[in-house]
Design a protein around this ligand. Structure first.
Ligand SMILES: [Cu+2]
Length: 265
């Protein structure tokens, strides 16, 4: 009880130190409000939340629906998402994990898109949601901003043999620490502007390296295919600092490319 109270005071202090321009945190689970928008028919409001500002790579979004006016929370809708980038001369989508119609959990709908490019003056992202509420279908078109993260989280390479583009998004470790961490990547390919299917059944090798001290680490486990384009393994950081992680990707024993990420903590 006491701990809770202290936590409460601490959180309040944190809030009161924040500038007006700082993002608004959702009191439920410390999510940032990314965007809020009314449906095309004006009857519903959508709120998009995430743990941090949206970036090029794998993102987790939580979505809330409310009725305009009454404020009634809509928790029994079926919601689907198509992200779209408008580049002026062309439009394209991006990968989404599982790309299913989502139902709510704790009144929130979860989506995991992997944005492949940042927003620029010439190119803008929008999240197009379709919510089926009762037997009515409602559309939302929500403009969003996608930033390039300081340390890239998405690597693209092209396999020359089958001229296929691969997108390898680092999803974990999100909060790295000394010792063995889970490492997860999500792998997609591009079939067309609108089709970005998950790629299963690749194999990887893993090599972490600390460039400043010229050493690696023992006891790493290369990520293995878990389905839905996800691969999970283990990376061992023997000390804090800047680490490079090299993942070589193989299809049927043939190397198709490699992804390199930098993680600092
Ligand atoms: Cu684009």
């Amino acid at each position: 009880m006491k701990t809770l109270l202290y936590l409460g005071v601490f959180t309040t202090l944190m809030f009161s130190c924040k500038k007006d321009s700082d993002p608004v945190l959702d009191p439920d689970d410390n999510l940032i409000e990314i965007a809020k928008s009314n449906s095309v028919d004006g009857l519903y409001q959508i709120k998009i939340l995430s743990g941090e500002a949206l970036y090029v790579g794998y993102n987790t979004l939580k979505v809330e629906l409310k009725k305009v006016g009454s404020g009634e929370v809509i928790s029994n809708a079926s919601v689907s998402l198509v992200p779209m980038m408008d580049m002026g001369t062309m439009m394209h989508s991006c990968p989404i994990e599982s790309n299913l119609v989502e139902t709510s959990e704790n009144n929130k709908y979860t989506f995991r898109p992997t944005f492949v490019m940042p927003s620029t003056d010439m190119a803008s992202w929008a999240l197009n949601f379709t919510a089926v509420i009762g037997n009515e279908s409602t559309l939302f078109k929500v403009p969003i901003e996608v930033k390039e993260p300081e340390e890239p989280k998405l690597v693209m390479f092209e396999d020359i043999d089958n001229s296929k583009k691969y997108f390898i998004a680092l999803t974990e470790p999100a909060s790295p620490s000394i010792g063995v961490n889970d490492i997860k990547v999500a792998v997609y390919t591009k079939k067309s502007m609108m089709e970005w299917p998950a790629v299963d059944g690749l194999s990887f090798t893993i090599e972490p390296w600390m460039p400043s001290m010229d050493h690696g680490s023992p006891n790493n486990v290369a990520p293995v295919s878990m389905g839905a384009g996800l691969y999970q393994g283990e990376v061992n950081f023997t000390m804090s600092g800047e680490w490079e992680i090299k993942l070589e990707a193989f299809e049927n024993e043939n190397k198709i490319g490699e992804a390199m990420y930098t993680i600092s903590f």
